[in-house]
Design a protein around this ligand. Sequence first.
Ligand code: UTP
Length: 482
Amino acid sequence: MHDSQLAETEKARFAAAGQGQVFAFWNELDGAQREALLRDAAEIDLAEVQHLVDTLVKGEGEAAFSAEGLEPAPYIPHPRSGGDPAPWKEAATAGEEALRQGKVAAFTVAGGQGTRLGYEGPKGTFPVTPVRRRPLFAVFADKLLATQRRYGCRLPWFIMTSSLNHEETLAAFEEADYFGLDPEEVAFFRQGRMPAVDFEGKILLAGKDRIAMSPDGHGGSLRALVRSGAVERMRAGGIEAISYFQVDNPLVKAVDPAFIGFHLLGGSEMSSKMIPKAYPEEKVGHFCRRDGTTLVVEYSDMPKELQEERGEDGELRYLAGSIAIHVLDVPFVDRLGGKASSHRLPFHRANKKIATVDADGRPVKPEEPNGIKFEQFVFDALPQAAHPVIIETRRESEFSPVKNAAGLDSPETCRQDQLREWARWLREAGAELTVDESGLPEFNFEISPLFADSREAFVEKWASMDPPPAIAEGTVLEGSER
Ligand code: UTP
């Protein structure tokens, strides 16, 4: 189609949907600006936007959450919390076998905006380790490399970016030589974007030639995996299970054989890790069940009395908190993420301050929320998954996200949590190390995942070292790095 014809068609499409304001400044734009605006416009599914406006903006909103019929979801307890070790052994063996056969891919969602951290650049490039200041991406790469070496397997890594950080993410990998990984085995794809609307449901402009668009949430990963061809590539490569984790948590076991094994042996389409909540009102989603279906209920939806309810043993009844670590079955992702899918994830609305322009095209930076963003959440896939499995993990060993610049879940708490975990490994291996009452050592040191990537691996490696190295301020226990 001729360019100007294409523009007229797009303008007509938006006008017919009552969204003609998107082209309000068309006559003032030069060729490049018009192209930019048309590119944004082409991404928008107007029927989808209309549906969201009807339901989430003008309609009743999200149906008020009802706690009726809610029960805690069952989970498999960790041996360290009294769980039976036998099934964990069996699961680890099954997961290791799947890894050896190359049936597993790692998947990191890294498309978020990281607003709370306030760091310039993709969050995956944030320096997180105590001594070498290794970025998050490097930590994950080391873990994947350690797994590849241990099982002699290939382990492709898929990374979801967004338009806001795609190029920078790629550049960071290029510059770091893919952190020692085979570039052929690392694939990047962009997640989708959704337009923001005002409280009347009108799509907002970010500038005269730009629509206010933002990433469609981590739940957008399912459709992005399909649309980008990643799922196809996985299928063709014999991948069956996707190890899903967020970009902000360096403690995560990027690929955990026992977790993968539980997922495969359970015939599960989507599996999850839980940690026991630290206190009743902790801001994590709760794993629940209703009518035989597993779901995550956000803390904001969970009635206070249920958050605080205790069983006969005095333990919180709704103990299982979600930490966004999953294993996904490839055909399941294909089913939910497909364009024609009737199983698509719901969108949630969030009122936000959205930089826009006034009627004369002058920039406006609102002080108060002036519009609505739409996002999908990955845990909304859970109710549609057959045989979901939930296993317990240890907070101190697997969960310390970098979310905020200071305070809770910050670089400082994450540094300390890494140190505490490594101090536990050392002490378990019989090394002398002074720690305070919270288990925090007195100085910074660092254990590379290529030296050891778990407590068990560390204890074994340490025992084989004669004499073991001294640990002091600034010590780095490295593996054969590359
Ligand atoms: P968060 O909920 O912490 O959001 O994302 P965020 O955007 O990173 O940070 P804030 O809220 O702006 O401070 C949890 C995980 O989901 C990914 C993030 O990259 C992170 O790994 N995510 C989030 C996406 O990949 N895409 C999104 O649209 C949102």
